[in-house]
Design a protein around this ligand. Sequence first.
Ligand code: AMP
Ligand code: GLY
Length: 421
Amino acid sequence: MKTLVIGNGAREHAIAWKLDQSELVSELFVAPGNAGTAQIARNVPIAATDMEGLLDFAINNGVDLTVVGPEVPLANGIVDRFQSAGLPVFGPTQAAARIESSKVFSKELMLAESVPTGQACTFSSYKEARAYVETCSIPTVIKADGLAAGKGVIVAETREDALIAVRDVIKARLFGNAGNSVLIEEFLQGQEVSVFAFVDGDYVSPMVAACDYKRVGDGNVGPNTGGMGSFSPPRKDHWNREIEARVRREIMEPVAGAMVRMGCPYSGVLYLGLMLTEDGPKVIEFNCRLGDPEAQVVLPRLKTDLAQIMLATARGQLRGLDVDWGDETYVSVVVASGGYPGPYKTGYAIQGLDAIEPGVTIFQAGTSLSDNGDVVTDGGRVLTATAPGKSLAKARRKVYDNVKRVRFQDSFFRTDIAADA
Ligand code: AMP
Ligand code: GLY
């Protein structure tokens, strides 16, 4: 099966790495890919958002399965476009991707199905939003409706910050059209867990969970990032069979069923951002794809052939296929460019990639090959190192022993990933 992966992050490197292990995959392409994917696949210089370019490539090269990694092409309708050309593609349609691309859509769906989530009000008028924030309980959470590259959520600790957030998003249009509507949401407290399932219509596969570290600095300080590290599985009291059964019954199956009834059945990976509150598990958000860096710790645990799962999902035949997650522990640490998530420089040579121990995997993200073939930095999150272990402490030790060997100018990583678990 000729297989095309769309995207260029460490998540897509991990997807390609897993697909490369499948006997079903005869040829692997990644568009546009990075220096890491170039080692296992043929990189194709077409942007993830160039829908027509990607479709032409898939048709001209006889691609049998296309896998879409990031949310933006999904929200733009790449799956609909491939499907109308008769090409098998893994991921949700544009209408189904609204579960991530519109926080208002997703909240209304949850409220209609009585899915446990924070109370929220929707506003498109600055005046009304401001009046609400004058009296609502604090802390509160302000969310731009649309996609904002992971930056559209502001947790306001004070009323003043909440008023500033409302002004920034609705009036100053900090996130452009993504802020045409905002949700003002109840602040939820508890342990956060990222949960993933393959969903095909109303069928929800066995789930897998991971914990992600979103803040840039040790001790969870500083601005939010795409994610600076992760581990899987979470602690037993944060994820176990009882919690999974409850999440299936109260959240995943009602949402999948409702989407079928609404005429926008979901197909692909459904990512549930969960808060374990004193009143039980509640939804923070849904995403229409795998998480990054969560993919780098959950995909190594997948025992079933990923290509088989993705093809079956794309064909509407996932039900009946066993999806088996192993119980090993993995920890991943992201190495980033100095300055990230703010401005940073690129083009620095990366040293030490050949000094990594067997069993530890480097998933590359913001990397490219220079004219003389060196791997150089080309983004904010540069790579993710992932290591397995018999315990969380052992996996953690192994990943840090190795991550230290990778060096480039101004590089940094968090030193406390999985330390608190
Ligand atoms: P998101 O971009 O939706 O992933 O949100 C970013 C982060 O904001 C989440 O990972 C949470 O840590 C936090 N967050 C979002 N919604 C809430 C909420 N209702 N209560 C508390 N924290 C939240
Ligand atoms: N790690 C969070 C995300 O992928 O959205």
